[in-house]
Design a protein around this ligand. Structure first.
Ligand SMILES: [Zn+2]
Length: 393
């Protein structure tokens, strides 16, 4: 049986950027309550670990000393602004315990790495993690410390990993992580996201394939608004498994943000829980081949409709663990969401499959995605990278 570590702390909900902000405590508590209501705490497939805050030395594996100093100082004040570092903006407000709660997220991601490397579990899922928009000296897109970059540097420095695969299926481009390793072939960075022509952060077109030593080791697959499950699966299967097998990663970090779900308030894709269950199955299967030997760490990422986040994460978790979810949402969870937050959640855990032909402009969406993929193919062929795989795209 595949054992999955769940990284969770009640303190994660302190990463609350404000009640009116999409990144609030509710969007995290509601998914965790679903996890509990499904009785997963007593399921032998899962084991829960409580992380501690990452040390400053660990955060320094990516961020600069001056940046951390400013985050700490504003965090203590609980308010303020420092434009040069992107702190105190609408997206990244300063809030009390900003430093501590961000450090706990990094600590959670490192906890997942350690549990997998110690062989306590095969794979792990840290629910509050994957803050992929933070840069070395800049907070952005609700992110202050980039736990994914710290984790990859940790794997390289502590375990001498030469091939880490970072795969990001959040609706937003994984810009902070892909940028950190843009010229580094020791990390294969893959991001599948809504096209930057329509959504933050405005990067991640398919002609961005890395440079210098890292040329060909960044793969961007932008998606036209409205993209649905079957189309997504087709694009994924035409590109990812072939390059994955050729690269033969030793460790996989998957930022599995839930904001590509059709119910999300920021993204514009038409993805359902069925797609996330498929990805869970497929990514777990691919991770079990070759040098990775099942070493897979999931980072929860974004998602701003609590009902969507909860059901997407559980569909993903079911996919990587090979378990089947019940058809109906637990009554206990439905009642909790109503009573605590006045939120109506879906009575069924799984979405009904959408009929692509009923999606508005479906031919246009299909054509636009083919064009994006054609650009990726041409770039890889021109760079002479992944030749056999590029031919098949
Ligand atoms: Zn996102």
């Amino acid at each position: 049986m595949t054992k999955t570590g769940i990284i969770w702390s009640d303190q994660f909900t302190k990463y609350n950027l404000g009640e009116g902000h999409p990144m609030n405590a509710r969007r995290l508590d509601i998914p965790y309550q679903l996890y509990k209501s499904l009785d997963f705490l007593n399921n032998p497939s899962f084991v829960e670990y409580t992380p501690v805050e990452a040390s400053e030395d660990d955060i320094l594996r990516y961020h600069s000393k001056n940046y951390i100093k400013m985050v700490k100082s504003l965090s203590k004040a609980g308010d303020g602004y420092y434009g040069r570092y992107g702190l105190g903006t609408g997206d990244c407000p300063v809030f009390p315990e900003m430093h501590e709660s961000s450090s706990l997220i990094v600590g959670g991601t490192l906890e997942g790495i350690k549990r997998i490397m110690n062989k306590d579990v095969h794979q792990a899922f840290s629910l509050m993690a994957g803050l992929h928009h933070a840069f070395e000296e800049r907070a952005a897109g609700f992110c202050y410390y980039n736990d994914a970059v710290v984790a990859i540097n940790y794997l390289q420095e502590e375990y001498e990993m030469k091939r880490v695969l970072y795969i990001d299926t959040d609706v937003h481009h994984g810009d902070g992580v892909l940028d950190a390793f843009y010229s580094n072939k020791n990390v294969l960075g893959v991001s599948i996201h809504e096209s930057p022509q329509f959504l933050f952060p405005g990067t991640g077109l398919s002609d961005e394939i890395g440079n210098e030593d890292g040329l060909g080791y960044t793969i961007n697959i932008p998606l036209f608004p409205g993209t649905w499950d079957e189309l997504y699966i087709d694009l994924f299967e035409r590109t990812i498994p072939c390059i994955w097998k050729e690269y033969d990663p030793e460790f996989i970090i998957w930022q599995c943000g839930a904001d590509g779900h059709f119910g999300d308030i920021l993204g514009h894709l038409n993805l359902t829980t069925n797609l996330y269950n498929y990805l869970g199955n497929r990514i777990s299967e691919l991770s079990n081949n070759g040098s990775a030997d099942g070493r897979l760490l999931l980072l929860g990422g974004g998602g701003y409709n609590p009902d969507s986040v909860a059901r997407v994460w559980m569909a993903t978790l079911a996919g990587i663990s090979g378990i089947t979810l019940p058809e109906y949402s637990p009554k206990e969870w439905i009642d909790y969401c109503k009573k605590t937050y006045e939120v109506d959640v879906s009575p069924k855990l799984n979405d009904i499959k959408l009929d692509p032909l009923k999606i508005e402009r479906h031919a246009l969406i299909n054509e636009a995605n083919s064009q994006y993929l054609q650009v990726l193919k041409e770039e890889l062929v021109e760079a002479g990278k992944w030749n056999i795989c590029a031919e098949k795209i």
